[in-house]
Design a protein around this ligand. Structure first.
Ligand code: ATP
Length: 290
């Protein structure tokens, strides 16, 4: 089985600044670090490190070859990543000495993926494979419909949250992932509780409180308590959680076990600084002592 991930690939450029710039100010940065980022790339790395065959569907610009190489090094199948004539998506992140940040996000190639590219990639998928998307690329609804038509299990992480984007894919979903705030925003937009969305499995992550799974077919809910850790950096915890749940399902685990593994992986992740580059592999997750 395989996981097909229509997802963003970003360069996260982190500039250390003496203070946040004010309007009109020119400010020299004291440092620059560049990492692989984007919710899509994070999820691909998480699911690959958990042991799944992950085919990333995405796009980079002419200067994005390093990001593709990095994904490949982390075990992701990169054959369906297009190289386009627009810049690679990137985030310019300014951080001051107190840790406060400001982020400019440029979607670039992530929003230029063609329907033909998706069709060509998914023609190699098998019924029962998983297709996952987040809200950082174009073509989400088209891909979701294609996935459903091909007999794939379709998953969506509604982040960054946009009510119209979730509602466009909702009819095609088997799995929906939301954090607590997104679950509230979706309830405000639709007037529906997670049980009433028409999606078989809805998973709401609750940060340090863990996660809740709504099995809407059985009409049951299942809570997973978070492990007790000292958080260092929660960035990427949600993406790691989603990648691990989907990989667990892809590897044939029942939902409860997939959630338990994801909860361990995400707990480990919040003890680490960074995103895609520090996502734990399955052995680290299994060996972790909480
Ligand atoms: P992010 O956007 O920062 O990646 P998110 O808002 O999508 O995260 P959260 O609900 O904050 O997602 O966290 C996802 C999962 O990570 C939780 O369900 C839990 O398993 C784990 N987690 C997050 N924070 C903590 C914490 N402080 N202690 C233990 N586990 C945590």
């Amino acid at each position: 089985m395989a996981i097909w991930n229509l997802g963003s690939i970003n360069a996260d450029m982190i500039y250390a600044l003496p203070h946040m710039p004010t309007a009109g100010e020119t400010l020299a940065a004291t440092g620059l670090e560049q990492y692989l980022g984007g919710k899509g790339a994070n999820m691909s790395v998480a699911a690959a490190r958990a042991g799944s065959h992950v085919c990333h569907l995405g796009a980079v610009g002419p200067e994005g070859a390093w990001a593709v190489t990095r994904l490949l090094e982390y075990g992701v199948d990169t054959r369906h990543i297009a190289q386009l004539d627009v810049p690679t998506g990137h985030a310019v992140i300014a951080v001051d000495p107190t840790g406060e940040n400001q982020i400019i996000l440029f979607p670039g190639a992530n929003r230029e993926i063609s329907e033909d590219q998706i069709g060509a990639a998914l023609s190699a998928a098998s019924a029962g494979d998983i297709l996952v998307m987040q809200n950082e690329t174009n073509m989400q609804a088209e891909a979701a419909q294609m996935g459903r038509d091909l007999g794939l299990k379709v998953a969506y992480a509604a982040a960054p949250f946009d009510a119209a984007a979730v509602q466009a894919v909702l009819p095609y979903l088997d799995y929906l992932f939301l954090n607590e705030v997104e679950a509230e925003q979706l309830r405000d937009a639709t007037g529906k509780t997670p049980e009433a969305l028409g999606v078989a499995d809805v998973i709401v992550t609750l940060g340090a409180k863990g996660a809740r799974h709504y099995d809407t077919t059985a009409g049951t809910t299942h809570d997973v308590a978070a492990h007790s850790v000292v958080p260092v950096d929660t960035t990427g915890a949600g993406d790691t959680f989603t990648g691990y749940v989907l990989s667990g399902l892809d590897r044939g685990l029942p939902m409860a076990q997939a959630l338990a593994q994801a909860n361990r992986a995400a707990a480990l992740m919040v003890t680490r600084k960074g995103t895609a580059d520090v996502i734990p592999d399955l052995k680290e997750v299994q060996d972790a002592r909480f």
